[in-house]
Design a protein around this ligand. Structure first.
Ligand code: DC
Length: 227
């Protein structure tokens, strides 16, 4: 099967919409691969912070992509944990998210990460989650979904997520950070976060993850029937 023939489901939208959980569960249900593309941006940001690179050093950051040794722990209690050159790292911190959002505006960095993201397309299929999966990275995705939710709801979800990880945070700070990251992701010139024209938009405000997953599965079953 050529890579282009491998079906992709693109799941885009801002952080805190439950994309990650829904995408992973969908991939498990279908027996497909899963790409959390934000992890690539976050891993690059962490590596750059460690090397003392500025989040504006475009050429150096793009070059760093080529040497980034990123892997993920597969099954087991640590599943999904990122490994940077074999070392388990925490990429879910606010500092990583902010740094990732800053370097994500740089065209050379996005270009360098494009090929790496496309390399995750393996049989029998790929669920890809991010900001531009349906619009740029996999424009031929069989199903494109764009998840939304109000900034307040997303900040509350983030607050609970951080709480579960034992990380202290203030809700008002998180709302501000969510709004700032949204503005940066939406207003950047290259691949801004936007719903692809042929994407189905689901507002997840007030919906449980299970309810969102059910809707996505139904959409896919209908799509798979007509393809
Ligand atoms: O989904 P996330 O919060 O892990 O993403 C972290 C940052 O990476 C986010 O602020 C924007 C950027 N990003 C991107 O620009 N394009 C993607 N496909 C995924 C993430």
């Amino acid at each position: 099967m050529s890579a282009a023939a491998v079906p992709v489901i693109a799941l885009d939208g801002p952080g805190g919409t439950g994309k990650g959980t829904v995408g992973l569960q969908l991939a498990q249900r279908l027996g497909w691969h899963f790409l959390d593309s934000g992890m690539l941006y976050r891993a690059l940001a962490l590596q750059a912070l460690r090397q003392g690179l500025a989040m504006t050093a475009e050429a150096a950051l793009a070059a760093l992509v080529e040497t980034l040794e990123l892997d993920f722990v597969r099954p087991g209690p640590m599943a999904g944990r990122a490994l940077l050159a074999g070392e388990a790292v925490e990429l879910r911190s606010e500092s990583c998210a902010t740094a990732a959002s800053r370097l994500a505006v740089l065209p050379q960095v996005r270009q360098a990460l494009l090929v790496r993201q496309q390399a995750y397309r393996h049989p029998p299929g790929l669920v890809a989650d991010g900001r531009d999966m349906g619009s740029v990275v996999f424009p031929d995705a069989r199903l494109k979904i764009f998840l939304t939710a109000t900034p307040e709801e997303r900040a509350r979800r983030r607050f609970r997520q951080l709480e579960n990880m034992g990380i202290a945070a203030r809700l008002s700070d998180l709302i501000e950070a969510v709004n700032q990251r949204d503005a940066r992701d939406r207003d950047r010139a290259q691949s801004p976060m936007q719903s692809a024209l042929d994407a189905v938009v689901i507002d997840t405000t007030g919906l449980s993850r299970a309810a969102v997953l059910r809707r996505v599965v139904t959409l896919w079953e209908r799509r798979a029937c007509v393809l």
